[in-house]
Ligand binder design. Structure first.
Ligand SMILES: [Zn+2]
Length: 249
């Protein structure tokens, strides 16, 4: 049996976490239990939301500007439930995200400001799940730009020298947790935090069909399911969240 990696990413609580999402609610759907667990254990967690979800409605009477205000407020309330310290909104436009150099620069700036010991982002290699879900292109773009910002832009002095002029020195991020992955190799037991995750998700009322919506599918997503995750080790509780983990440096 292979030697366990040190530190074991499934049980280690990072000191400072930056969670980068494409849309308000991505953090809670993918990782709400993990975030609640880590903040309860003393981690400092900061969100960066690249868009504010201005396309996320079927209501013809709400404008994009109104939706931005609503969804940012929902996101702040959900983050509060999970103990998140701060939410940074970059206000890119929803559904048109591309992993260009402007986005890479903006994410490099945020990472150098926050100086996280762990970064959470989308797995950019996930183009679809199973036979019924095309991954949102904003998720792919967000993951791609996040990884490019971590390596090499955050590390290198000569990349984006304007950040040095802003007083933002290079930084290396050792722990990467990618969510929305089809190649999970790290599971975090979130059994004690599934209700906190649900409570946070209910703050995204505009996205889940109202605050009283049926969220039973979230329990199923997070249930210890060895059919979906044949490589998952034994010994977890009823609910867990799955990541592709990397340890850099
Ligand atoms: Zn999303």
């Amino acid at each position: 049996m292979a030697e366990p990696r040190y530190p074991d990413p499934s049980i280690t609580v990072p000191e400072r976490v930056l969670m980068i999402q494409a849309h308000p609610d991505d953090c809670e759907f993918s990782s709400g239990g993990t975030i609640a667990k880590w903040t309860a254990a003393g981690a400092e967690v900061i969100y960066c939301s690249i868009t504010s979800g201005d396309k996320g409605t079927k209501d013809p009477d709400i404008t994009g500007e109104e939706l931005i205000v609503l969804r940012e407020q929902e996101q702040l309330e959900a983050a509060k439930v999970l103990g998140v310290k701060e939410v940074i909104f970059l206000r890119y436009l929803d559904a048109t995200l591309v992993p260009d150099l402007k986005l890479r620069l903006d994410l490099t700036r945020v990472i150098r400001q926050v100086r996280p010991t762990a970064l959470m982002c989308f797995d950019p290699t996930t183009r679809f799940h199973g036979d019924g879900y095309i991954n949102h292109p904003d998720h792919v773009a967000a993951g791609d730009a996040s990884l490019a910002a971590v390596f090499p832009s955050c590390r290198d002095r000569r990349t984006f020298p304007e950040l040095l002029e802003e007083g933002l020195e290079p930084v290396e991020v050792p722990h990467i947790y990618m969510f929305g992955t089809a190649n999970a190799d790290c599971w975090i037991d979130t059994s004690d935090y599934i209700e906190t995750k649900i409570e946070a998700l209910r703050k995204h009322a505009s996205q889940i069909g109202g605050a009283d919506a049926d969220l039973s599918f979230v329990y199923e997503w997070n249930r210890d399911n060895t059919t979906r995750h044949p490589n998952k080790p034994d010994g977890f509780g009823e609910y867990s969240e799955a990541y592709k983990y990397m340890h850099l440096g």
